[in-house]
Design a protein. Structure first.
Length: 68
Protein backbone atom coordinates (compact mmCIF):
# COMPACT_ATOMS: atom_id res chain seq x y z
CA UNK A 1 0.00 0.00 0.00
CA UNK A 2 1.14 3.51 -0.68
CA UNK A 3 -0.07 6.89 0.44
CA UNK A 4 -1.90 7.14 -2.86
CA UNK A 5 -4.64 5.03 -1.35
CA UNK A 6 -5.52 8.01 0.82
CA UNK A 7 -5.46 10.57 -1.91
CA UNK A 8 -8.50 12.79 -2.17
CA UNK A 9 -9.66 15.15 -4.86
CA UNK A 10 -11.98 18.09 -4.76
CA UNK A 11 -15.05 17.75 -6.92
CA UNK A 12 -15.48 20.82 -9.11
CA UNK A 13 -19.24 20.50 -9.00
CA UNK A 14 -20.09 20.11 -5.32
CA UNK A 15 -16.68 21.29 -4.02
CA UNK A 16 -16.31 18.35 -1.65
CA UNK A 17 -13.14 16.37 -1.06
CA UNK A 18 -13.74 12.81 -2.17
CA UNK A 19 -11.59 9.67 -2.19
CA UNK A 20 -9.79 8.89 -5.43
CA UNK A 21 -12.11 6.07 -6.48
CA UNK A 22 -15.18 8.29 -6.22
CA UNK A 23 -13.78 10.97 -8.51
CA UNK A 24 -13.75 10.81 -12.28
CA UNK A 25 -12.22 13.29 -14.69
CA UNK A 26 -13.60 14.55 -17.94
CA UNK A 27 -11.41 16.50 -20.35
CA UNK A 28 -13.06 19.21 -22.37
CA UNK A 29 -11.70 21.79 -24.75
CA UNK A 30 -11.23 25.13 -23.07
CA UNK A 31 -13.04 27.67 -25.21
CA UNK A 32 -12.70 31.38 -24.62
CA UNK A 33 -14.55 33.79 -26.84
CA UNK A 34 -15.23 31.06 -29.36
CA UNK A 35 -11.61 29.95 -29.63
CA UNK A 36 -10.20 26.71 -28.29
CA UNK A 37 -7.18 27.63 -26.20
CA UNK A 38 -6.49 24.32 -24.47
CA UNK A 39 -7.99 21.59 -22.35
CA UNK A 40 -9.67 21.70 -19.00
CA UNK A 41 -9.89 18.73 -16.68
CA UNK A 42 -13.11 18.69 -14.73
CA UNK A 43 -13.31 16.42 -11.70
CA UNK A 44 -16.66 15.15 -10.54
CA UNK A 45 -18.13 12.54 -8.19
CA UNK A 46 -18.88 9.43 -10.20
CA UNK A 47 -21.41 8.26 -7.61
CA UNK A 48 -23.54 11.41 -7.53
CA UNK A 49 -25.96 11.95 -10.41
CA UNK A 50 -26.02 15.70 -9.76
CA UNK A 51 -22.25 15.89 -10.18
CA UNK A 52 -22.23 13.68 -13.28
CA UNK A 53 -24.87 15.92 -14.83
CA UNK A 54 -23.12 19.05 -13.61
CA UNK A 55 -19.83 17.98 -15.19
CA UNK A 56 -21.49 17.85 -18.61
CA UNK A 57 -22.37 21.53 -18.39
CA UNK A 58 -19.43 22.70 -16.33
CA UNK A 59 -16.76 24.96 -17.72
CA UNK A 60 -14.26 26.99 -15.75
CA UNK A 61 -14.89 30.04 -17.86
CA UNK A 62 -18.53 29.62 -18.62
CA UNK A 63 -20.66 32.55 -17.66
CA UNK A 64 -17.79 34.99 -17.33
CA UNK A 65 -18.12 36.05 -20.90
CA UNK A 66 -20.93 34.74 -23.03
CA UNK A 67 -21.12 35.95 -26.56
CA UNK A 68 -24.22 35.60 -28.63
ZN1 LIG B 1 -19.34 16.20 -6.45
Amino acid sequence: MTLDAFKTWKCHICKEERPDDKISVVTKPLVINGQTVGDQNIRYCNDRPACIEGAKEFSFFKGKREER
